[in-house]
Design a binder for this molecule. Structure first.
Ligand code: AMP
Ligand code: ZN
Length: 491
């Protein structure tokens, strides 16, 4: 059977599909992580579900990976500017909490969502605030090499010194990122020059501040990713990932400063992979605008996190995707049908790699062998999760597949999809209505009935209590009696 299709990935550097072969025994992957000043929204989940798919693809092929995801708790100024306040400082003032509290709180919120979406934990989650001395050393080295100039507002990277500047963004010769760099910075030589160190204004003491050769202040936003990735993955590594917005600015600057720092004539990172955005109608879903839906909003509305994961995987990571409640509803219905078909096949065999799946497959099951090969071909073709989903459906429908082969193909598909198909229960996927979907009248009627039932129980009027429970049941309300009183939820 033909196996092991060559893994091909779309490299933003050069904008083309390329064969991927690891450069060493361990493939280093760095994913730009969250800025922890607000709850992550549904769009923020997409790059990490993508990075998880990438990791599953490597596991499938037996390639060892080291994955680093940073936590930006300092350095990211409002509107990605070079001179503004830190996003975390603004959030701390808004919520009247310390910056540390804000960072801890929203970092935990990010981890909760990652776990709910079955995203495998990274090997390291470095915090930017833990690497400021290393960032200062890095900037000092760039200064020593002549790549910087100093202004009262800080230390700037001189992009004129980098002939390859902007290659990733495929910038024009002028290299003017008009849209992203509208900010006026006094004395800045080129619009593309960016802050390595943001000096504190005299008389305006920052909350997050460090001493440096360029005065008190805070690091520029791009520095942390160069410094922490090199510290944890080595000077050069194979893959860097992030949302598509980073392709035009953040990653351009990471590359410029890293290659200037290393000065070894080699590209710093070989592959740059970018996830397209999740859109909300015609709008971009942005954390800074606030109000963007979160995973918790979906679960509160009765959707399972795996339904959202399926919704994401149903599109290729390089396609823009529109978020609509109807699409998530459809994903949940698809998942419910999938689970109903898979439940009788359980327990599924433990399959994480292509080699394991092939070793398990008995000779004489050509259908399963063909489907396994399709799965391998799909993941090798720039991680085509929609094709894997289609193959999974084929495996469940094909009349000629053996039950043993079917189990192996389903387990193999899920090793890459990560939908928990071995354990999800149909009951978890019933659509529960959220109390917020009820009208005021409905809510009032339910609460009245629950109170009447409590009263009947107090009076030991069991027939009446039972009758009210039946009425609530008809309305789709489940009551549970707890030591602190009854609680109810919608089915
Ligand atoms: P942030 O926490 O804002 O630094 O963003 C975390 C990650 O989410 C980054 O990789 C962003 O590129 C990505 N991102 C932000 N908004 C969206 C969106 N609407 N759709 C997909 N990815 C997004
Ligand atoms: Zn980054």
């Amino acid at each position: 059977m033909p196996t092991n299709h060559q893994l091909r990935l779309y490299n933003s550097l050069g904008r083309r599909m390329e064969d991927f072969t690891p450069s060493g025994a361990v493939t280093g992957i760095y994913s730009c992580g969250p800025t922890v000043y607000a709850f992550p929204h549904l769009g923020n989940m997409r790059p990490y579900v993508f990075a998880d798919t990438l990791r599953r693809a490597f596991r499938w092929r037996g390639v060892e990976v080291r994955h680093v995801v940073n936590i930006t708790d300092v350095g990211h100024a409002v509107a990605d500017s070079d001179t503004g306040e830190d996003k975390l400082e603004v959030a701390a003032a808004r919520e009247r909490r310390s910056v540390l509290d804000i960072a801890e709180f929203y970092t935990s919120a990010f981890f909760v969502d990652m776990a709910a979406l079955n995203v495998m934990p990274a090997d390291e989650y470095p915090r930017a605030s833990g690497y400021v001395p290393e960032m200062i050393e890095f900037a000092a080295e760039l200064e020593a090499k002549g790549f910087t100039y100093q202004l009262p507002s800080g230390l700037y990277f001189d992009t004129a010194k980098d002939p390859g500047y902007g290659e990733l963004a495929q910038m024009n010769a002028e290299g003017q990122l008009e849209a992203a760099r509208l900010e006026h910075v006094e004395g800045r030589r080129r619009k593309t020059d960016f802050a390595l160190w943001r000096a504190e204004d005299p008389g305006q003491r920052r909350v997050l501040r460090w001493d440096s050769p360029w005065g008190w202040g805070a690091p520029g936003w791009h520095l942390e990713c160069s410094v922490m990735s090199m510290a944890l993955l080595g000077q050069h590594f194979d893959i860097h990932t992030g949302g598509i917005d980073h392709r035009e600015l953040h990653h351009v600057n990471e590359i410029a400063q890293s290659q200037a720092y290393l000065a070894d004539g080699r590209p710093w990172v070989r592959y740059w992979l970018h996830t397209e955005f999740l859109q909300l109608g015609e709008q971009k879903m942005a954390k800074s605008a606030g109000g963007a839906p979160r995973l918790a909003d979906l679960t509160e509305a009765g959707y399972h996190p795996m339904a959202y994961r399926l919704f994401l995987l149903g599109s290729h990571y390089r396609s823009q995707l529109d978020f609509t409640p109807a699409a998530v509803e459809a994903a949940q219905a698809t998942l419910r049908r999938l689970v109903a078909r898979i439940q009788p096949l359980r327990p599924l065999p433990p399959v994480e790699t292509l080699a394991a799946a092939q070793a398990m497959l008995a000779a004489g099951d050509p259908v399963a062998a063909r489907l396994l090969d399709s799965i391998d071909a799909a993941i090798a073709a720039d991680l085509s999760t929609p094709k894997i989903l289609a193959t999974l459906q084929d495996a469940l429908r094909d009349p000629d597949i053996t039950p043993g082969g079917q189990r192996i193909v389903v387990a193999a598909a899920d090793a890459l999809l990560g939908l928990s198909l071995a354990t999800l229960e149909s009951a978890d996927l019933e659509h529960r209505r959220a109390p917020s979907e009820l009208s005021d009248e409905e809510l009032h009627a339910i609460e009245q009935l629950v109170a009447d039932r409590t009263q009947a129980r107090k009076e030991r009027d069991w027939p009446r209590a039972d009758q009210i429970r039946a009425e609530l049941d008809e309305l789709g309300v489940e009551v549970t009696d707890t030591p602190t009183g009854p609680v109810w939820q919608l089915r």
